[in-house]
Write a protein that binds this ligand. Sequence first.
Ligand code: PEP
Ligand code: MG
Length: 587
Amino acid sequence: MKKKEIVLKGIPASPGITIGKAFLFGREQYTIPRRNIKEDYIQNEIKRFKDALVQTKNEIMEIKKRISEEMGIEHGQIFSAHLLVIDDSMLIEEVITRLKREKLSIEYIFQDVLRKYIKVFSEMDDEYLKERISDINDVGRRILKNLIGAKEDVLSNLKEKVVVVAYDLSPSDTATMHKKNVTAFATDIGGRTSHTAIMAKSLEIPAVVGLESLTKAVESGDEIIIDGTRGMVIINPLPKTLKKYETDRERFVAFEKHLLEAKNLPCITLDGRKVELAANIEVPEDVTSVISHGASGIGLYRTEYFYMNRKELPTEEIQYRAYSIVAKKIKPESVIIRTLDIGGDKFLSQLEVPQQMNPFLGWRAIRFCLARPDIFKVQLRAILRASAHGKLKVMYPMISGLEELRQANAILEEVKKDLRKDSVPFDEEMEVGAMIEVPSAAITSDILAKEVDFFSIGTNDLIQYSLAVDRVNEKIAYLYEPAHPAVLRLIKTVIENGHNAGIWIGMCGEMAGDISMTIILLGLGLDEFSTSPIAIPEIKRIIRSVTVRQAKEIAHEAITLPTGKEVEKFARKKLKEIVPDLAIEVE
Ligand code: PEP
Ligand code: MG
């Protein structure tokens, strides 16, 4: 009898569509019989146990190293907790004492001790200790695998392509899955930012998490569709469902192919002008997507993430390692690290910024850092130290005038002096830039340009400040117009002033990824666009389809138009003429 189609909705964790065979990955893979052993075997059992611990430790260190290199130190750290479990002398002693007393096989005793540990931890009130259960479980299974001499992890030893379905996947499960036969995965638990979700993105395979009852509904061998874009899972699809998803998958594959084709093409105009097309990131893991979308470097690395989800302030070491990883991965291209931009809509729990009447106009970004040089210096030291490993640049957010810029630069100089004194290497030539996101900075950009190496226009804030439109207020969203003549004039001023002073100008606000504005910005002379990785292929295609002369003419005309609506209409018309087959609908 044909099985019933079951449709489940979860949380989209990694985009794409896979149609395949389900593989139900469970926890209880090893059945350990209770077996008596002779007295003279005890030493042998102890040796086997110790060997298994060493082998497990080596495996985990290997995984830790690989994950730290590929995904960032934060993810590698997960395995430090695993190493602590292996080195837990209480657990080891208890196993050996019981072995001597009960004379049962080491596997059996170890499994039993492990179960008791897990029970004790699960009854604790402390949330942190409760979370350690998954570490103990994960390491315990690995030690057992090595004790019974199971050759390889199930997930790294799959003989055919499968879709992994599990209640949850531990870091060590996902780590062993790497580039193997797993074409997608789906789990009962997990959220959008859970480790599993992040890992799926890094593996670039479709994934859906948080499906709650999936493992109860599916059996190994069932046909299954994973739609990681919409967060859907369909078990035993009907022919018509299958047909629909096959078409969707083809479309997605064609889109990816299009991305891939554009990936290695240079970002130059039809008449040969090279334009820097960089990406914005928030965490080191985003680098995978930056590279796969063909960006030339990182134009904005927002660093607020370090200060979130943490009880303590991030140490110099943590920041240094993350910046170094990103610098090394992006090398020889450059990475622009923006110093802490707390305040406005970015509240960070451990930094006690008081409630303010006008947070966007208040104690924010560089204003906060200048008032707290203790915090600012830690970040600058980490950035400078990491600059020895690649091409890093630094920029300050929300500069409103020359004095702020000078103060920030003076602190940077102090940090450099300290590093020189301690003989710590850093890039003496590291470029320093200012974000231009406050109208006063845009208007006085001729003055600021003399004391920086570059500008990066932060349109998200520049628009809200110049049009007096709160960027997070839905009610007045209709007034938030990137194409407003005032905004275009400010951008034009900044680019002209910067060029007159001999510096380059980038843009890292959302406007840089708005395809209807690309030609105008190019025509105004913008040197670098930095946007989210997914917007990059289309922006590149537009830049490759136009000459600088055409772009200049269009920008020239656009800037004479009296309203934002008219600018936008004109820009879209021109874009359609120049690139008739856009992948994204602009009307
Ligand atoms: C901007 O303001 O344009 C910008 C890039 O910074 P953020 O969005 O982080 O304020
Ligand atoms: Mg900003």
